[in-house]
Ligand binder design. Structure first.
Ligand SMILES: [Zn+2]
Length: 765
């Protein structure tokens, strides 16, 4: 479901941490792997064999095949519960089987509301009825399939019928309500209109309801993905005036998946909550609208003119309201359950079959979904075809490989979450890694994921050709990071052995793997050279993708090569290729970030309180456009971060010891004894699990990872060390010591696990 970024490559590869780089290598040698380089986790002999198989693999993906899959899979609207959703799943099943993989469909039964009634009308001071309909575009053949299209709506909105004054709330994030308060505007009893952007959409009705609003409209402003950024569809890739972004508004930062079965698989006989008991449905009705429908509503608002940062791209004067615009909003859904069809294909491992490498992409879409999700799924299918061909040539992966096509990602990561919850015990015992893709376009390789895989995925990127520049994907990312980075980021891009990868928040199917079970995960894509405004509209289709995105499917091929190589290498490595030095360096940076956050918020609170005492706000309020002084702020106390510092030190020492033990073990001879490999792998397998706490995060027990989570008030955006960070941000200072203790305990557990693996390697049996 993840939204494409306007510009991605270098952003995706740089984080703002400023920890010194321990692994400084000369610039000339950074990132120049050659075929003779021994792969991490392989002996020299095994490395040569692996490189041979990988060379065969990367020659196999064919752009025209990827194009063909996309044409077929995006031919009809294929949302959850639609005939095309089921037909696509059956077709995918047959393809996996035709490649020689052992495949089946696993079915679940989930709550998926669909719209029955949608009304938005301006009832005062003038009358206007929103059309709520995306028009057929001449020349775009699938845009006319109206009978099969899901109308534009927000899934899991509460039912409701409300009429109230309208208030414009900008992006509808918490700081926007502070600005409203400064202008004396209260949304209690009002309907708010927010624009898409800045937060995940489900945050907007959540925050609106917390402030007492009784209804919420979300519109796509042309400043954000419409004509301000380029020609609109079909002349260009941007959002036309009646284009609407559909999407889920379930409270995913609390838990994703079927709202009725938190924590357990939504199988036929699962124990289900009643609708009233499900905590992730919105409290107020919410509906998305186009900027064509939004403009008359916004133009009818009175009240003060909004600040510059709040102004969008419509040719009107943006005002806060409330009123005189009054809006009638009516939303009613059919709250039926629908079947999900997850397609699961397996290649059994030859040596360690109980260690699993899982690769997935969703297959359901909001409408035709050529970009989201078929641009990631089609390369996945081409990978599976190529791996099937390698099997026929005699390749046998050491570990078991599972290829998955998830259903129901768009409503709330349903297919992946229910599968993960159903198989949780087995996955905890067996999963080595999960690799996800979703939307993919043209440009730079974007990498996010677990930092124990940072070195591994940098190595893969060093071996992939970029189709436009014929540099490696890694080299192109490095040079883009130098061009676009801050001074620290430029230094790291030049001198650090590996490019930084971003931490994962949420927005696609890696979330249940990483954040519910602690399975090391990666999310990969190409992007940064495709701009668009068709996200979750009927115009995300084959016509759009083949005119404005990766039109030659050269990047579809590159994605298949990148992900397939990563899957093979993880599955074939004699030792699981996790690395801990980059993790230690990264968490050191997170702790520094937390200290800066604490200092910064104390400084900001002291400054505000000083200005209140000095009378700054009263003196600078314009009597003709008055603003209200903000309330006194609570100055946070001094926090004790020492447990975190000590745990990071322990982790760094363990990472160094492991690196030395590994180098020595390989240097002892060509091979580490087979029994040692098995013992060490059994320990390493638990590396990401050690970073979890079974009690979960404060207030959201489903999320157990102590380093990475989607923000409670950002939705997709990641919060690193989320328990501690959100305690500071949400001013829950009394909870902070407990959160610090939990994170430190996780890092100590990780250090102890790594020491155990080092001891096995040092013993050399
Ligand atoms: Zn998607």
């Amino acid at each position: 479901m993840r939204r494409p970024y306007a510009f991605l490559g270098p952003i995706a590869l740089s984080v703002s941490l400023v920890a010194a780089s321990p692994a400084v290598v000369p610039f000339a040698s950074a990132g120049t792997a050659t075929d003779s380089t021994v792969l991490r986790g392989f002996s020299p002999a095994a490395s040569r064999i692996e490189r041979n198989w990988e060379a065969k693999f990367v020659s196999m993906p064919v752009p025209d095949s990827i194009r063909g899959y996309m044409r077929l899979l995006s031919a009809r609207p294929h949302h959850v519960g639609s005939p095309a959703d089921h037909a696509n799943a059956e077709w995918l099943l047959a393809r996996f089987q035709s490649y020689g993989l052992d495949a089946h469909i696993e079915q679940f039964d989930v709550l998926f509301p669909t719209p029955k009634e949608r009304v938005v009308e301006l009832v005062a001071p003038t009358r206007f009825v929103a059309r709520l309909q995306e028009a057929t575009v001449p020349g775009d053949p699938t845009s006319s399939q109206h009978a099969e299209q899901l109308p534009s709506y927000n899934a899991y909105s509460a039912d409701g019928d409300v009429t109230a004054p309208l208030v414009y709330v900008n992006y509808g994030i918490p700081s926007d309500y502070e600005e409203l308060a400064r202008h004396g505007i209260d949304v209690k009893g009002a309907i708010v209109i927010a624009r898409y952007g800045q937060s995940w959409r489900g945050i907007k009705p959540k925050v609106a309801a917390e402030h007492g609003a009784i209804g919420c409209l979300i519109y796509s402003d042309p400043r954000d993905d419409g004509y301000a950024d380029g020609a609109v569809f079909p002349a260009g890739p941007m959002r036309p005036s009646d284009g609407v972004q559909r999407g889920s508004v379930a409270d995913m930062p609390t838990y994703p998946g079927d709202p009725l079965t938190p924590g357990v698989g939504a199988t036929a006989n699962a124990k289900r909550l009643s609708l009233a008991e499900a905590t992730t449905l919105t409290k107020i009705p919410v509906l998305p609208i186009s900027y064509g429908d939004a403009q008359p509503l916004l133009a009818a608002l009175g009240g003060p003119v909004v600040p510059g940062a709040w102004r969008g791209g419509l040719p009107i004067t943006y005002r806060f309201g409330p009123g005189p615009a009054r809006v009638h909003l009516r939303v009613q859904s059919d709250w039926s359950r629908h079947p999900l069809y997850d397609v699961i294909a397996t290649i059994p491992g030859a040596v360690e079959p109980d260690q699993w490498v899982i690769r997935g992409n969703h297959h359901d879409a909001w409408v035709n979904g050529a970009e989201d999700p078929i641009s990631g799924l089609s390369p996945e299918l081409e990978e599976a075809r190529a791996l099937g061909a390698l099997l026929k040539q005699g390749w046998r992966p050491r570990r078991t490989i599972i290829y998955a096509a998830w259903d129901g990602e768009e409503p709330g990561l349903l297919g992946s979450t229910e599968w993960v919850e159903t198989h949780a015990d087995e996955l905890r015992a067996k999963a080595v890694a999960y690799i996800n893709t979703d939307v993919s376009d043209r440009g730079y390789l974007g990498i996010s994921g677990s930092h124990i895989l940072e070195r591994f995925i940098n190595d893969v990127a060093r071996d992939i050709d970029d189709p436009e520049t014929h540099l490696t994907a890694w080299k192109r990312d490095q040079l883009a990071a130098i061009r676009n980075g801050s001074a620290d980021e430029r230094r790291d891009a030049r001198q650090r052995a590996d490019l930084h990868i971003d931490a994962l928040g949420s927005g696609s199917d890696y979330t249940p793997f990483l954040q519910h079970l602690g399975i090391a995960s990666l999310d990969l894509r190409y992007g940064g050279e495709t701009n668009g405004g068709i996200y979750h509209s009927i115009y995300d289709d084959f016509f759009w993708y083949t005119h404005f995105s990766d039109t030659s499917f050269a990047y579809g091929r590159a994605l298949a090569q990148t992900v397939g190589t990563a899957v093979m290498r993880l599955a074939d490595a004699e030792l699981i290729p996790y690395e801990y030095g980059n993790l230690a360096e990264t968490v050191h940076g997170y702790v520094d970030d937390l200290k800066h956050l604490a200092d910064g918020s104390a400084e900001a609170a002291r400054e505000r309180n000083a200005q209140l005492r000095e009378g700054v706000f009263a003196a600078t309020s314009d009597p003709r456009d008055p603003t209200i002084a903000p309330p006194r702020d609570t100055v946070p106390p001094h926090f004790n971060f020492a447990p975190l510092d000590n745990s990071v030190d322990a982790l760094s020492r363990s990472a160094d010891r492991f690196a030395a033990a590994l180098a020595k073990a390989w240097a002892r001879g060509d091979d580490i004894p087979a029994a040692t490999l098995l013992r060490v792998n059994a320990i390493l397998l638990r590396s990401e699990r050690s970073l979890t706490d079974a009690r979960g995060l404060p207030g959201r027990p489903w999320y157990v990872h102590q380093l990475y989570a989607p923000g409670y008030y950002t939705g997709y955006g990641v919060k690193t060390m989320p328990g501690v960070r959100e305690a500071i941000e949400q001013k829950k200072f009394a909870e902070l010591d407990d959160d610090v203790t939990r994170v430190a305990a996780a890092l100590h557990a990780e250090a102890a696990l790594i020491d155990q693996a080092s001891a096995e390697l040092e013993a050399g049996r």
